[in-house]
Ligand binder design. Structure first.
Ligand SMILES: [Zn+2]
Length: 271
């Protein structure tokens, strides 16, 4: 790694650089990093905001939605004038305005079994900021099989959960082998969500991402944090790799092509 921070960057990132845990080398590592954020919605907004501010050099943003007025209650990178625009474009404009050091790669696609592997291949770290089980399992399976570390976040009304999966520990399927049956868990559109909730969970995801890129501290590997905004409580549950896990266990599948990604449950085929 060669240090090439210019005077403007030394100023912009000075509060990072003066800390021993970051320093110029750490800042350079952030500038050299490529992170993919899957979803530019409630969770993705604070993740994109803080990773851009921190100077993560390449930010991939994958989302195929357009900004809707009802998004603005929580998706803070999009503004009133962005309603009707693709979220990836609105997000890219936000990043360009915040930090010209960051190169944004927009992926205006729905993440599917036939594009997920190619999508994540160019990135050092992936942030799962999606709102549906199908994409969540798809991101887990593709990242786990390719050895790409990733952050998981999920929200429901007033509650959130967040963890980080590295190549060392368990994966999402170790904890939840299959998605709940259809109709068991509703989405934000039907149940509602406290607007600030994804901000808290997304900020934890951004924190974990930056720590991973810096190689600093302890990430939530094998630990799921449950947050309840109503009680203002954080609980932590430890979990271990499942040797029978079809994705990271003793006899894993070869690719996501072996999984049936239905709209809700995402079982791994027996064969
Ligand atoms: Zn697993």
């Amino acid at each position: 790694m060669s240090l090439s921070l210019d005077p403007t960057q030394l100023d912009r990132y000075s509060r990072h650089i003066i800390m021993d845990e970051v320093g110029p080398e750490g800042q350079q590592a952030l500038l050299d990093a490529a992170v993919l954020v899957v979803g530019a919605g409630g969770l993705g907004a604070p993740v994109i905001q803080y990773l851009a501010a921190a100077g993560v050099g390449e930010l991939g943003i994958a989302d195929d939605d357009e900004v809707e007025l009802s998004n603005l209650q929580r998706q803070i990178i999009h503004g009133d004038d962005d309603v009707g625009r693709p979220k990836v474009e609105s997000a890219a404009d936000f990043v360009a305005d915040l930090n010209p050091d960051v190169t944004v790669r927009t992926h205006e696609v729905r993440v599917e079994p036939d594009n997920v592997e190619e999508l994540i291949a160019d990135y050092d770290f992936v942030v799962d900021a999606t709102d549906n089980f199908r994409t969540r399992y798809l991101v887990n399976d593709a990242c786990t099989l390719s050895g790409t570390p990733f952050s998981h976040g999920a929200i429901y009304k007033f509650e959130g959960q967040v963890t980080t999966f590295t190549t060392e520990g368990p994966c999402y399927r170790c904890l939840f082998p299959e998605a709940p049956p259809e109709g068991m868990v509703a989405d934000c559109a039907t149940t509602g969500v406290l607007g600030v909730l994804p901000g808290t969970v997304g900020c934890i995801q951004a924190t974990e991402t930056v720590k991973h890129l810096l190689g600093a501290g302890e990430v939530l590997d094998g630990r799921m944090v449950f947050y309840d905004a109503m009680d203002m409580s954080f609980e932590e549950v430890e979990f271990r790799p499942n040797p029978d896990c079809p994705v990271c266990g003793d006899d894993p599948i070869d690719s996501v092509a072996q999984v049936e990604y239905a709209e809700e449950s995402c079982p791994v085929n027996a064969d």
